[in-house]
Every structure is written in C-alpha cells, then in structure tokens.
Design a protein around this ligand. Sequence first.
Ligand code: MLT
Ligand code: MN
Length: 310
Amino acid sequence: MKIKVLGSGAGGGLPQWNCNAVNSKDARSGHEFVKPRSQSSIAVSSNEKDWVLLNASPDIRQQIFDNKELHPHENGPIRNSPIQAVVLTNGDVDHVTGLLCLREGHPFNLYASNRVLGTINANTIFNVLNPEKVNRIETQLNTPFEVMTPNGSAGIEITPFNVPGKVALYLEEKKADGTFGTQEGDTIGLFVKEFSSGKGFYYIPGCAEVDQPLRERITGAEMIFFDGTLYTNNEMLDQGLLPKTGERMGHMNMSGDDGTLKIFEDMNIDRKIYIHINNSNPVLRDNSDERKAIENKGWEVSYDGMEVTL
Ligand code: MLT
Ligand code: MN
C-alpha cells in the first residue's frame, strides 16, 4: 500500500496567512530548517492508480498539483482524476472544505460518519458536488467497509471508530456543564487495511485523549499517523496566538506526563508519525531540541510529499 502525505500541518498550515510568529515568519522567508506545510490530508492507494483521500483540506488544489500521483491519467479521457473516494474523520474546516474544490463533475464516493455527513447534508454549498456523481455514504462505527470507487473496489478496507475529541469549532454549542455538544462520531479514527497484503495502519489526526479502548486498539500496530498538534498544552497561549489550550481544542500535546511521547512509550508500535502539526509547534523546526526529543522517542514528523510504503 502506498501512502502520500498531502498536508502535514494543522488548521491554518505553515505559514498561516495572518500569523507573524516565529515559525510562520521563518517558513515564509524560506528558512532552511522551517519548511512550509499545508493542511492535513493523506492519500492512500493499493494499485497506485486509484487513490483514496483521507480528509479534503482547503489546500487540496495545490496538493493535487504537487503530487503527480493525483494528476489526471495522461492517456485517460479528456476529464479524469485518480481520486476515487474521500473518507472524512471529522467536520473541521481543515478537513472538509477541500470537497468544494472537487466540484467539476468528477464521480467519486464520499464516506463519513452520520454526524459528519449530517453536517455536510445540512450545508447546501456541498451540493456543488453533484449528488448524481458523488455518492454520500454513511459509515458505521466499528464496522469495516470496503472502499468502493465508481468502477469497483479500491482494494482497501477501512474501519472507523470513535476517539475522544470535540465537535467542529463552528458547531460548538456551549452547554451549562462546560461541554460543547460533542457526540459520538464527531471525531473518528480510521484503521486502513489493504486486502492484497493484509497490512494496515491507523490514521488519527485529531484526538483529545488516549483512553483505554483506544490504547488497546492501537497497541502493537504496524504504523500510526497521530495527532501532533501541539508540543505543550499551553503553547498557543504562551506565544500570544490564541487564548486556548490544546485540551480546549480537543487535541493532545507531545510533551509532559499527559503527552503522547510518554503515553505511547510502551505501546509497541513499529512506526509512529505525527500529523496535523500546528504552526506553533517547535518540532516543525528541523534543528530544534523538541524535534530531537521526539525523534529520540522513535517518532517521525510527517512532511508534505512524504511517501510511505506499507
Ligand atoms: C482543529 O483541529 O481543532 C480545528 O481544525 C480547528 C478549527 O476548525 O479551526
Ligand atoms: Mn484541525
């Protein structure tokens, strides 16, 4: 199975359009150790012909341009695209708005949980995806499904499962108990398995906590892409960017007792790759101490264009 990282950054990407903090400034000015990153999405293929996108970021047009695997087949019909299916992990702006750019009448299958599909169905702007060409398919938690293209199987099976998280920012409803109306299916993880090789990996770009069911599920995995939003829970506050902790945003930090470096220590996962990395995170600097610290713990930082074969 081939995996291409189309975008490794969190919402806003790096540089973020209105951000004057050090990482964004350096990425903007071409610093050798701070590379630009677009917003998180990966593409997966079993036959290197048909590709399945996991999330559709607002940067999708550039991501398609930058990854030749996603260009129209040169010997194909006058209009064609290798993008045959899109699977969503939540309804966040950085994961769904790219759908609007896939509107030129191309047939594909769109998979999402009832919660996320409900959001798409309730926003008529998504009808730019011609319902006669783009099938919206509701997935069930903990129920594997075969990813279908309009012409047959993609050779890939996906199992969606709920993970601790938060409803998309624009859907938050502040409740008296301090919660925001989050329900099961708002944030999911995916287990992606190739039929031909039997190999599989986890894709979890957003996660608020590794609870016991999640720990049991992912222990011993071959590979995982996991929420790498922040290095410390407070870093956005500390840098004066946004008065919100990672916890409040439904994301985990890497460092500290409650961080993923420590939590994943004894989980026996062969390959651990951070994705959805916020522009405030010091691991985005290739020569930082924080980057060294995560690499010493066996983690990799994904980057745009990263190619993984499993
Ligand atoms: C997140 O990852 O928390 C969201 O992308 C935030 C947002 O929707 O702006
Ligand atoms: Mn996000």
